[in-house]
Every structure is written in structure tokens, then in C-alpha cells.
Design a protein around this ligand. Structure first.
Ligand code: COA
Length: 260
């Protein structure tokens, strides 16, 4: 695995942990961090041993406090467009063929909230907080926030968060469905790894197809989504993992999925 300047990447068995490592800047996402994040995902994509990826932020203050605001100063519209053209880290997470979990350990704001929203699951410490405060800078969310937040929590609440820029606590985020689970800060890593490891035992083929099918729901009509689900369901029947899963059930043993 390559080494990165703004990230730490470690493998823990079948789970890879990517830690955004700029705690002195509350892990704000600068261009380098975004590029390194996308590059790390590409490496982890190719690594068959890795079945689940977890994103987190270094230190105990922030998951990610948003885009690096210092990079915005003096930036023109055209430069901003150039920066965002091409494959973004958020899209790389969204389309990553393995489950990605956000382990949220503090401020999860702006682009940080958008990164968490691009992940498949969000697990937060009780001390985490969430918000889209871009409006306070005279801008709007540009990393998918207006779309993914709306799909997740509904237009009313998304509109409220985006128009006010207010920061909400983890409990409120949980009630809104923005996070899947909240746990005491001291248990965050253990509980996240427990869930990641549980998912990592499933068939990588089925995980990939399940993620694709669920993601279709917010992007297609119901009829298109149902057709896509049927195709992906049928595709499962071409995998060795399906034969192993069915045999293991009938033989009353634990399946050993190989991702084929
Ligand atoms: N971009 C760039 N730098 C950031 C940053 C961001 N999004 N968030 C924090 N930082 C930097 C601060 O400028 C400061 O740098 P300095 O020590 O060189 O002055 C350092 O991180 C610590 O931040 P500080 O504000 O002192 O920490 P805090 O713990 O008191 O507050 C936050 C944390 C997250 C509440 C606060 O930093 C903040 O509001 N950040 C901006 C959030 C935001 O608007 N995000 C959306 C961006 S589009």
C-alpha cells in the first residue's frame, strides 16, 4: 500500500481503515486529501483481501470540518469548476464496489457531512455533530449535500439544515435517520469494527450487487429500480458464493464466501 501525506491507511483483517490525518485543521478536505482519498480507494478496490472500508478523522475533535476554506480564498468560478471536474472522492465512495462506513468521531460539517452521506453507513459517537454550514460562507453544498441529504432525511429537514447552517447533535442526527447508530465515544471504534467485520463475512459479490441495487432506488423510477433489482438478483445465481451460501445453509454450517 502506498503511503500518503494526508491520510493513514491500515488493513485490519478484511477491513481497511482510512483516517484523514489533518487534526490541526480539523481534518478539512483540501485538494490533496481528496486526491489521496480517491487513490487509496483505487488501491483498496484492487485488494481482494479488503471487503469493507471505514473512513474516519484523526483526533477526537473532528471527523471532517468540511472543505478546506483556505483554498476558497481568491478562487474563481472557473478554477472551482476545474477542481470539481473529473472523478470526485464522493463519487468514488458512492460507486465503490465494497461497503464503506463513516465512523464519525466529532465535527462532521460541510464536505465532511457530504463525505459521510456518500458512505453506505454512518456510525457516530455521542459527541459527534453534523451540519451543512456552507450558507454562512455565502455558498451552498457542492459535494452532493443538497441531493444525498434530501434523499436520506427528506426535503423539509434537509432544507432546514442547508438554509440555516445549524449544527445538530448526534442524537438529533440519529432521529432524522442521518446516522445508523450512535455509541459512546469510547466504544466508537470497537462498535464500528464489530459491524464492519460482520459485514466483511458476507459474500463480496452479494454485497456489491446489494449496494448497487439499493443505490438505484434514489436514482430511478420504481419500475426501473425493480427491473434492476431483478437483474442483479439473477446475477447472484452466477456466483460461486451463491452456491456456497445455499449449500452451507442446507448442510447446517457457516458459509465461507470467496467473492467469486
Ligand atoms: N477549512 C480550513 N481550516 C479549517 C476548517 C476548514 N473547514 N475547519 C477548521 N479549520 C482550521 C482553523 O482555521 C484552525 O486553524 P489555525 O489553528 O491555523 O487557526 C484549526 O482548524 C482549528 O480550528 P478552530 O476553529 O480553532 O477549532 P474549534 O475546535 O474551536 O472549532 C469548528 C471547530 C469545526 C467548529 C470550526 O473550526 C469551524 O467552524 N470550521 C469551519 C466549518 C465549516 O464552515 N465547514 C464548511 C466548509 S464549506
Amino acid at each position: 500500500m502506498s503511503s500518503y501525506e494526508t491520510l493513514l491507511v491500515e488493513r485490519r483483517g478484511r477491513v481497511a481503515l482510512i483516517t484523514i490525518n489533518r487534526p490541526e485543521k480539523r481534518n478539512a478536505l483540501n485538494i490533496q486529501t481528496r486526491q489521496e482519498g480517491a487513490a487509496a480507494l483505487e488501491e483498496l478496490h484492487a485488494d481482494e483481501q479488503v471487503r469493507v472500508v471505514v473512513f474516519t478523522g484523526a483526533g477526537d475533535k473532528a471527523f471532517i470540518a468540511g472543505a478546506d476554506i483556505a483554498e476558497f480564498a481568491g478562487r474563481t468560478a472557473l478554477t472551482q469548476r476545474d477542481v470539481m471536474t473529473g472523478r470526485s472522492l464522493f463519487t468514488a465512495i458512492d460507486t465503490f464496489p465494497k461497503p464503506v462506513i463513516a465512523m464519525v468521531n466529532g465535527y462532521c460539517l460541510g464536505g465532511g457531512c457530504e463525505l459521510a452521506l456518500a458512505c453506505d453507513l454512518r456510525i457516530a459517537s455521542e459527541t459527534a455533530s453534523f451540519g451543512q454550514p456552507e450558507i454562512n460562507l455565502g455558498i451552498i453544498p457542492g459535494g452532493g449535500g443538497t441531493q444525498r441529504l434530501t434523499h436520506l432525511v427528506g426535503e423539509g429537514k434537509a432544507m432546514e439544515m442547508i438554509l440555516t447552517g445549524d449544527i445538530i447533535d448526534a442524537k438529533t442526527a440519529f432521529k432524522l435517520g442521518l446516522v445508523n447508530l450512535i455509541v459512546p465515544a469510547a466504544e466508537l471504534e470497537a462498535r464500528t469494527m464489530e459491524m464492519a467485520n460482520r459485514i466483511a463475512e458476507k459474500s463480496p459479490v452479494a454485497l456489491r450487487l446489494a449496494k448497487e441495487a439499493v443505490k438505484t432506488a434514489s436514482r430511478a423510477t420504481l419500475d426501473e429500480g425493480l427491473r434492476r433489482e431483478m437483474d442483479l438478483f439473477a446475477l447472484c445465481f452466477s456466483s460461486e458464493d451463491k452456491d456456497e451460501g445455499v449449500s452451507a445453509f442446507l448442510e447446517k454450517r457457516k458459509p465461507e464466501f470467496k467473492g467469486r
